[in-house]
Design a protein around this ligand. Structure first.
Ligand SMILES: [Zn+2]
Length: 491
């Protein structure tokens, strides 16, 4: 008996030693080490802010009904860019697609180097009429109050468009001949499907262009959003989820509700929906693993210990992540049943009942693997499935490409308290149309958000602080200058 107790005690001690040893050794600080912080460019702040404010005042709204497109607004926006950035317009070639989407091309002198592409979008989502009066400054006022710039588009995504243009204008004053070709692509309808971006992508394919890397909107610098961290975390999207709508249809006999069958078409459909919800897709930790590898070293021991010992704690870590819809969405393909339809009258049996399941596809799953899953869990030949809208998940871009390295080093050289990590973008960006144009697509915008300001995405009181906007220009300028230099490693 004593021997058994002793063996158990020894085992426990060994286990504890292993857990702690791993907690302190698995995660290394592999953040880019700053040897030379950035020398910021000297901006004429009031002119820069004024140009941004004016851009926010132009209501380049995207409507689902594209016939509502405000041509005058987009023309005014183009004119504003032309007036504000004369050097860019003199020294680059501008091509327009679907009238209002734009590509600026700055030619480099070394044809051996693949070009780089920076993307953004000019359009914004509409302002909800019902909540319009809850804005503390009118949404298209572009007001600058107490160091904050207000307006729809301040973070999504006129900040990228204007900051990129400012950085290019500055770059061109230097009279440096770029080694590498640089392209800017600005869509005008990203919020409603990105037909402009599609046309641009088609053009690049026709031109046989392959990009060294592409940078589009996506992740941001988060403050107080990632649990277990106290430092700001820059999330750089290396992949994005796909989406697909499946319509479930059940046909019925119809007739009067006074003599119903045991199950109406609506009832059969309801049972199928319950089966879909009760059989979620498998959850996987791969995108969290990427994050843990980069930032877990900075977490307190209590967080690091389970993460460093997934061989023992994976079920616990996964179940914790699954309790919150936002972290759950990063671990698996999600299902959301959205639109339901049965008969149109309370005493009429439905001859047809339909539901739409909106799924967001985790990279690794595909539309066809999802269809197979749905058919298996519904397991009822009376329910038919049809695909209404589909876009596969993106590939996962590597982090050893010069594009990622430049993004990482530029963020850290501006503020080395910020930790950088790759992550999975849950929504869709225009860059999904560019999959075949580069293996290295990154989704990041130089904006800082905390739990409160995060809600301003497509929401109320969209705004950006003046220092944040100036910081975005510094970021893009460094990206541009280093990309143009053709160096294969960050300076
Ligand atoms: Zn956007």
């Amino acid at each position: 008996m004593k021997k058994i107790l002793l063996s158990v005690a020894i085992l426990i001690v060994v286990l504890v030693v292993i857990l702690f040893y791993r907690a302190n050794s698995v995660f290394k600080n592999n953040q880019y080490q700053v040897t030379e912080s950035l020398t910021p460019i000297t901006l004429d702040e009031s002119a820069v802010i004024d140009r941004f404010s004016q851009a926010l005042q132009i209501p380049t709204i995207s409507y689902d009904d594209t016939s509502q497109l405000d041509h005058a607004a987009f023309q005014a926006f183009h004119q504003h860019l032309a007036q504000s950035f004369p050097l860019v317009h003199a020294k680059t070639r501008l091509t327009k697609f679907n009238y209002y989407s734009m590509v600026y091309h700055l030619k480099g002198q070394n044809p051996q180097l693949k070009p780089a592409l920076f993307m953004g979008h000019m359009d914004v989502v509409p302002v909800d009429e019902q909540t319009k009066d809850q804005w503390l400054q009118p949404p298209f006022s572009g007001k600058v109050v107490d160091g904050v710039i207000w307006g729809r588009g301040a973070i999504d995504d006129k900040v990228s468009v204007l900051a990129l243009m400012e950085s290019m204008e500055w770059f061109l004053t230097q009279d440096i001949v770029p080694q590498r070709d640089i392209y800017f692509a600005f869509g005008h309808d990203e919020e409603v499907g990105g037909e402009g971006a599609k046309a641009i992508a088609k053009y690049f394919v026709e031109q046989n262009i392959q990009f060294e890397f592409i940078l589009d909107e996506g992740g941001v610098i988060t403050d107080g959003i990632i649990p277990g961290t106290t430092q700001p975390i820059a999330l750089v999207g290396v992949a994005e989820k796909g989406f697909v709508n499946f319509r479930l249809t059940v046909e019925g006999e119809g007739g009067h509700s006074s003599q119903p069958p045991a199950h109406t078409a609506a009832g059969i459909l309801a049972s199928a929906i319950v089966n879909v919800e009760n059989n979620p897709f498998d959850a996987r930790l791969e995108f969290f693993d990427l994050m843990f590898d980069n930032i877990a070293y900075s977490m307190p021991l209590s967080k690091r210990l389970p993460l460093a010992n997934l061989w023992m704690f994976e079920p616990l870590v996964l179940s914790t992540l699954l309790t919150s819809p936002s972290s759950a969405a990063s671990t698996r393909t999600t299902t959301a049943v959205t639109m339901l339809q049965g008969s149109t009258k309370s005493n009429v049996l439905p001859t047809i009942a339909t539901a739409v399941v909106n799924l967001r596809i985790l990279p690794g799953d595909t539309v066809s693997s999802i269809q197979a899953h749905l058919e298996r869990v519904i397991d009822d030949p009376r329910v038919t499935l049809s695909i209404e809208l589909a876009s596969e998940a993106s590939a996962v871009s590597p982090t050893d490409n010069i594009g990622f390295k430049l993004i990482e080093s530029s963020i850290r050289r501006l503020n080395d308290n910020v930790l950088v990590t790759p992550y999975l973008v849950l929504g869709a960006t225009d860059s999904r149309h560019f999959q075949h144009l580069s293996n290295n697509i990154y989704r990041f915008m130089m904006v800082s958000l905390d739990p409160t300001t995060l809600k301003q995405f497509h929401g109320l009181n969209e705004q950006i602080t003046v220092p944040d906007y100036l910081n975005a220009i510094q970021f893009y300028y460094t990206m541009l200058a280093q990309t143009a230099s053709g160096n294969q490693a960050p300076k």
